[in-house]
Structure formats: structure tokens, C-alpha cells
Design a protein around this ligand. Structure first.
Ligand code: 13P
Length: 248
């Protein structure tokens, strides 16, 4: 079974609304490739201009976070229904920066994953180990624990539609990419973990990305690994080089 590749940009806290409009105008012709799902996960305030700038293109818009409640007294948060009303299709959940700086736990992420599916949003669920965990040799155990906790009670039919992003924390924004063998080892283990919890069929369908210092020079080798179905790209998604990554 062949999975459609998916390359997503995570802009993090970069780009103003005006910059969003100008950048997407430049990017549009560079990512005109329907063989790949192309997603830009932009800051909340850039969602509306990004939707306008990508109208009529193959680019989908994603958010970088979402609350697990429908609405209410949660100052500064964004509700799932706000995202879908704006036309958002994807939402990054559990990025290591949010786990670290915003203290997002696996318990909270489990609620967010379920809520995203209730609204028809596709989660891009992030997992990944620290350098310390890698050096201790507990990478695979830790990732399995994250996946099992974050997906507890999520049905197979939803898991088949979602995206999981393996992002080793030591490779994020450091310029130090995991080797294709290191990335493949963990992505394969994630797929095996899904097969164990659900079935081989579900594991074959779920798309797994690699993220962490992906650039135009290393993307091709990473994305050609059997269990890597594309990438979640930080810094390089803020430049026209993102087009090269999509097309590699
Ligand atoms: P970099 O590509 O900048 O290393 O960031 C990766 C990342 O965190 C994407 O979510």
C-alpha cells in the first residue's frame, strides 16, 4: 500500500500577517505539486491571510496548537471550531516546544487528539526524545510510551487518518539532523507500535514524518526511507527552499 507523502512547514512564531501574504505569493508556484500533500502550519493570527493567499492552490493550512475544550474562559487559547470555521485542515499537537515551554502533558495531548478528530481536523502528533534519553538508550521505549499515552482510546479509523511526526529534540533547530538510519529506526518502531496497539492495516496507513533540521540538501535521503512519509520542517519552511523540499 502506498501512502501519500506529506510535507508540512511549521513556521513556529515567525511571519506577520503581511509577511504571510507576501511569502505565500512567492511560494505558490514552487510547491505546485499534487503528488505530495503540502501544509503550512502558521501562527493563529496568520491563518486568515494564509487561507486567502492559498485559495485555489494545493496548499492546506494547519494550526500549531488548539485547546481541548469547545470554548470558554481560556484566555489566549484557540478553540477547534475556530480553526475549522477558518478552513484549517491540520493541527500540530504536542510539539516538543509546547511540551517544554507550555507544560503540555500526554494526558492533555490525548484530550486534544480526540477533540481534533471530533471536529474533523487532522492532528500532526509530535513525539521525540532528548539527547539524554538517546544517550541512555531509552529512545524507543520513551517514544512508545508517548504514542500509547497520546492515542489512548483513539479508534483505529482515526489513527489511520492522522500524521505522526518523529522529531528528536536534539535535532530541532540545531542543524544536527538525525541520520536517515536513525530516523528510519524510530519511524519504523512507531509503525510497529501502531501495529501492536491496532493492526498491521492501521500501521500501513498512518503517515509518519521526520522533523529536525530538514533542509533541501538532506530531505531526499530522509524521505526515501521506507517508514518516512515526508517531513515536518521548521526553519527551512520560512524560505523558498521549502519548494525544493516539497519536490524532492
Ligand atoms: P527545524 O527544521 O528548524 O529544526 O525545526 C523542526 C521542527 O521543530 C518542526 O516542527
Amino acid at each position: 500500500m502506498s501512502r501519500k507523502r506529506i510535507v508540512a512547514g511549521n513556521w513556529k512564531m515567525n511571519m506577520t500577517p503581511a509577511e504571510t501574504t507576501a511569502f505565500i505569493a512567492k511560494l505558490r508556484p514552487l510547491v505546485d505539486n499534487t503528488e505530495v500533500d503540502v501544509v503550512l502550519c502558521v501562527p493563529a493570527i496568520d491563518i486568515i491571510p494564509a487561507m486567502t493567499a492559498t485559495r485555489g492552490t494545493n496548499i492546506e493550512i494547519g494550526a500549531q496548537n488548539m485547546h481541548f475544550e469547545e470554548n470558554g474562559a481560556y484566555t489566549g487559547e484557540i478553540a477547534p471550531g475556530m480553526l475549522t470555521d477558518a478552513g484549517v485542515k491540520y493541527v500540530i499537537l504536542g510539539h516538543s516546544e509546547r511540551r517544554e515551554y507550555n507544560h503540555e502533558t500526554d494526558e492533555v495531548l490525548n484530550k486534544k487528539v480526540k477533540k481534533a478528530f471530533e471536529h474533523g481536523l487532522t492532528p500532526i502528533l509530535c513525539c521525540g526524545e532528548t539527547l539524554e534519553q538517546r544517550n541512555k538508550g531509552i529512545t524507543l521505549d520513551f517514544i512508545r510510551m508517548q504514542i500509547k499515552s497520546d492515542l489512548a482510546g483513539v479508534p483505529a479509523s482515526d489513527v489511520e487518518e492522522m500524521v505522526i511526526a518523529y522529531e528528536p529534540i536534539w535535532a530541532i533547530g540545531t542543524g544536527e539532523t538525525a541520520t536517515s538510519a536513525q530516523a528510519e529506526e524510530v519511524c519504523k518502531a512507531i509503525r510497529e507500535c501502531i501495529a501492536e496497539i491496532y493492526s498491521e492495516g492501521t500501521a500501513e496507513r498512518v503517515r509518519i514524518q521526520y522533523g529536525g533540521s530538514v533542509n533541501a540538501a538532506n530531505a531526499k535521503e530522509l524521505f526515501s526511507q521506507p517508514d518516512i512519509d515526508g517531513g515536518l520542517v521548521g526553519g527551512a519552511s520560512l524560505k523558498p527552499d521549502f519548494g525544493k523540499i516539497v519536490n524532492c
